[in-house]
Design a protein around this ligand. Structure first.
Ligand SMILES: C[S@@+](CC[C@H](N)C(=O)[O-])C[C@H]1O[C@@H](n2cnc3c(N)ncnc32)[C@H](O)[C@@H]1O
Length: 427
């Protein structure tokens, strides 16, 4: 992270030689929430960024996160970003606060409101320098040395966010965060999963456990926490202690292929009121009329022994067509599936035209299906049911449902089971 120091020297130099020229192009650039990502990428490789979980929030999401608070930020608030990086979210928070005539008095007021932690000294230094420059950018007059200005931001410091407890957080009124999304070992006590989990879930949960009741939280989190079956226990715990809502926010930025959502609300006990998914009203879900499973054949692993069967995989299943004659056969000792049924590919992306692109498999012989496909077999074993299903998969209702529930690439059996097939009660 020391590579970032070169940037901090440039910020320091700029302050020292600053000639009361607020609004200048260079000054704006130094507090620009989108440009800092490019600077970070020049200092660190993508692997280093991933390892540290250092991806700085751009202007669009920073604005959305600050607007997510339902209680106004005032000079009496204490606003914490527990993993503040180079201070983007704190800069955006400072934009809710007024500016005094002088830098000293502006930073005295801002310093009482803004708190931030990060593991890396160079990020903390950048955050403080950029907040000082932001005050100048907003029109405060430089009337003190850089050291005096930085001392006024003593609440922004090097600290491990996970070692902060109830006592330290007792006066915090608002928390804003975009925690790291890297893989962490799950904590040994009080946790819903073992093994590696997304760090964002661990940080968010730690703050839900330790912040005072009624504290506002606005967080940018990876979509897998909202839609992944692995995080069901996490969602359950958060729902019991936090009252709020989610907003889908698309890709984190143009260079980072991770879908995120905003979770915002306030800490309350026994609330059970987080709407993780858009409410659809009552509907009949696919599992009531179809059985769903992953294709049982693992091509690289399963031996070529046993009977030879028609063989279906993602490359020989033409989209939206019916396969009756088979070109490929393969020996397979495992479970084969009797037609008629539908297969869909497990991999799909939110920008695909159809998230669930299907093929009908018909004929009389049981078929070996490869495990990159999901098999959907009608309980009433007719081709008519399969055709009905393809129509449902082509509809915008299915696409919207899947995009809302599961932004990441892999469709799961659980989510396919929940696809609405008949809307019973319109909203
Ligand atoms: C995704 S970045 C977000 C930075 C900033 N909040 C923003 O939105 O631009 C996450 C930051 O968390 C920091 N971090 C990772 N683990 C941490 C920990 N245990 N305590 C404090 N900060 C941590 C990383 O150094 C990184 O700067």
């Amino acid at each position: 992270m020391n590579q970032f120091n070169a940037h901090n020297y440039a910020l320091r130099d700029f302050f020292e030689f600053f000639l009361d020229d607020h609004g200048s192009r260079e000054l704006k650039e130094m507090v620009d929430l989108d440009s800092i990502d490019g600077i970070l990428r020049k200092c660190l490789s993508i692997e280093e960024m991933r390892e540290a979980g250092s991806f700085f929030t751009g202007q669009r999401l920073s604005t959305a996160a600050v607007l997510g608070f339902t209680k106004a930020i005032t000079l009496n608030s204490v606003v914490l970003d527990p993993t503040c990086g180079a201070g983007n979210l704190l800069i955006e928070v400072s934009r809710q606060l007024g500016v005094e005539q002088s830098l000293l008095s502006t930073l005295t007021a801002w310093g009482a409101v803004l708190r931030g932690y990060d593991l890396h000294k160079s990020f903390i230094e950048a955050a403080k320098l950029r907040i000082v420059l932001e005050a100048l950018n907003r029109g405060a007059e430089k009337d003190c040395s850089l050291d005096s200005a930085l001392q006024l931001l003593s609440g922004i410091k090097v600290k491990d966010a996970m070692l902060v407890g109830r006592v330290d957080l007792a006066d915090v009124t608002h928390v804003i965060m975009n925690p790291p999304f890297s893989n962490w070992k799950s904590p040994k006590i009080n946790f819903w999963k073992t093994g590696k989990v997304n760090a964002a879930s661990v940080v968010f949960e730690h703050y839900v456990r330790n912040l005072p009741l009624m504290c506002q939280i606005s967080a940018i989190l990876p979509d897998v926490l909202r839609s992944g079956s692995r995080y069901e226990g996490w969602r359950g715990f958060i729902s019991q202690n936090f009252c709020g809502d989610c907003e889908l926010a698309g890709l984190f930025n143009a260079k980072t292929d991770v879908d995120v959502f905003l979770l915002r609300g306030a800490l309350k006990s026994d609330c059970n009121d987080v709407s993780w998914f858009p409410r659809l009203g009552d509907y009949i879900q696919l599992s009531e009329q179809f059985d769903v499973c992953v294709g049982p054949l693992v091509a690289y692993r399963d031996p070529l022994i046993g009977l030879s069967h028609p063989y279906i995989h993602s490359k020989n299943a033409p989209l939206w067509k019916t396969v009756k004659q088979f070109d490929e056969y393969r020996q397979f000792p495992g479970r084969v599936i009797k037609p008629p049924f539908v297969v869909i590919r497990r991999t799909s992306r939110p920008d695909d035209k159809y998230r669930a692109s299907g093929t009908i498999i018909s004929g009389k012989m049981p078929v070996a299906v490869e495990n990159h496909m999901i098999v959907i077999k009608p309980k009433r074993a007719t081709l008519k049911e399969c055709r009905k299903l393809l129509k449902i998969f082509k509809s915008s209702l299915t696409n919207d449902f899947l995009n809302d529930r599961i932004r990441c690439r892999h469709l799961t059996v659980g989510i396919v089971n929940q696809i609405p097939i008949i809307r019973a009660i319109p909203l």
